[in-house]
Design a binder for this molecule. Structure first.
Ligand SMILES: [Zn+2]
Ligand SMILES: [Zn+2]
Length: 420
């Protein structure tokens, strides 16, 4: 320990930086206290007549009995007085920034300057790192304590509402706000609406002739109808909708599809979801139910994306010719054979080309005109229902169109139920 003391105080060193070299020894002390003990020990050695090559500024203000030491105060070589001075200012200015947002928990992520890290490395080379703590971890902890004191909010390592990034190279602080995640289920009661906002690729959302100045290709979307009141209430500008699958733009969805909406960089977190649910449900096109705040939405999003739900569809079809009722009876047999589907032409641009094998779990129909049949089909997750009907140029086998030797003129599709 005497060896360590000789090395540590060769340069101007504050209590925190000195104490950090033995930060992993003794509990019940902070580094400032440890450093003070080391400094006093060095002063005792000096006063007892030991010849030590130490920087006198380290003992400024101390009263020796046996020696005379000329010194003036100097900045700590390692932290440049971060712990004794800068931390006060910094924690105040950060707390002021935090005043503007609603949060309960925070985390500090410090970036020490290159100079600090360099000096720390040099000192560690001389002393070894057996008992020492890093400057980064002490900065995070001490800033955290100071901010806790001012704001009354709590430090949280796992899922903090705010992460405060302090960069000592640029002398800047940045707040990273954790997204608010809200789960629920939605119905889409109108056709012609995509699930998520389709930004115009031509102008990237700025507005151009292709998109008629809108910056997007559809006037609205399930996402926009759901997020509008939520974004406003949370003081957020951007959302992401994560849902368990999607219905086609021209299909309705009368079953409730599970989703998580993520509000990015929210200024507020306390949301009156009952009220917001009512506000969303003023829309005639989209209804939601069961809105609930979820702490960390990411595991739920992963689950939503990987869970496979059976679905029941209602399809109203008009065929090109009169329907042959004898042939129509054959479609009941679809429940007995696996359906082989090559990736449909309409999604080829975003899906890998492969052949899927899916099952039809149930099928019934009502003939409602010479050329019109209404089907109710329950299928395994991932079955392309339109292609089961029209055959997609033979890429889906077997298919209803081939079975009844009649082509589809038009169809309307509803998701009746998502069996979760
Ligand atoms: Zn220091
Ligand atoms: Zn555009």
């Amino acid at each position: 320990m005497e060896e360590l003391v000789r090395e540590v105080f060769k340069e101007p060193m504050c209590d925190n930086c000195a104490g950090r070299t033995v930060g992993n020894l003794l509990s019940g002390f902070d580094n400032k206290q440890r450093g003070n003990v080391l400094r006093t020990y060095a002063a005792l050695l000096l006063d007892s007549g030991e010849k030590l090559d130490l920087d006198p500024s380290n003992f400024h203000g101390m009263k020796f009995r046996n020696i005379k030491l000329e010194s003036k105060q100097q900045k700590c070589k390692l932290c440049k007085n971060f712990f004794s001075e800068k931390i006060n200012e910094l924690s105040k200015s950060i707390s002021k920034k935090l005043d503007k947002i609603e949060f309960n928990t925070f985390l500090v992520g410090s970036v020490p300057s290159h100079e600090m890290l360099n000096d720390e490395e040099k000192l560690q080379e001389r002393l070894g790192i057996e008992f020492s703590e890093t400057i980064k971890s002490e900065m995070n902890r001490e800033l955290g304590k100071a901010i806790e004191k001012i704001t009354g909010k709590h430090f949280d390592l796992k899922i903090p509402d705010v992460t405060i990034v302090v960069d000592n190279n640029t002398d800047t602080t940045r707040l990273q706000l954790r997204s608010v995640y809200i789960s629920g289920g939605y119905q889409k009661l109108a056709r012609g609406i995509p699930q998520t906002k389709w930004t115009c690729r031509n102008c990237n959302g700025k507005g151009c002739t292709v998109c008629g100045g809108e910056g997007k290709l559809y006037k609205t979307s399930v996402q926009e109808i759901i997020d509008k009141p939520l974004l406003k209430a949370a003081g957020s500008k951007e959302s992401a909708l994560h849902a368990a699958g999607r219905e086609d733009i021209d299909a309705r969805n009368l079953g409730f599809r599970p989703f998580v909406v993520e509000l990015i960089k929210p200024e507020k977190r306390k949301l009156d979801l009952k009220k917001l649910e009512k506000e969303i449900n003023k829309s005639k096109k989209v209804k939601v139910k069961g809105l609930k705040l979820v702490g960390d939405g990411r595991p739920l999003i992963i689950k939503l994306k990987s869970d496979r739900y059976e679905k029941t569809y209602f399809i109203d079809i008009e065929f090109e010719k009169d329907v042959d009722k004898k042939l129509l009876k054959l479609v009941k047999g679809l429940v007995k054979i696996p359906i082989l589907q090559k990736t449909p032409t309409r999604v080829e641009h975003r899906r890998a080309k492969l052949t899927r094998k899916r099952l039809v779990k149930g099928i019934s129909y009502v003939v409602s005109g010479k050329r019109r049949v209404k089907f109710t089909i329950r299928s395994e997750a991932g079955l392309y229902i339109k292609e089961l009907i029209n055959g997609d140029g033979g890429k889906t086998q077997p298919n209803i169109s081939d079975m009844i030797k009649n082509k589809v003129k038009s169809l309307q599709l509803d998701v009746l139920k998502i069996h979760s």
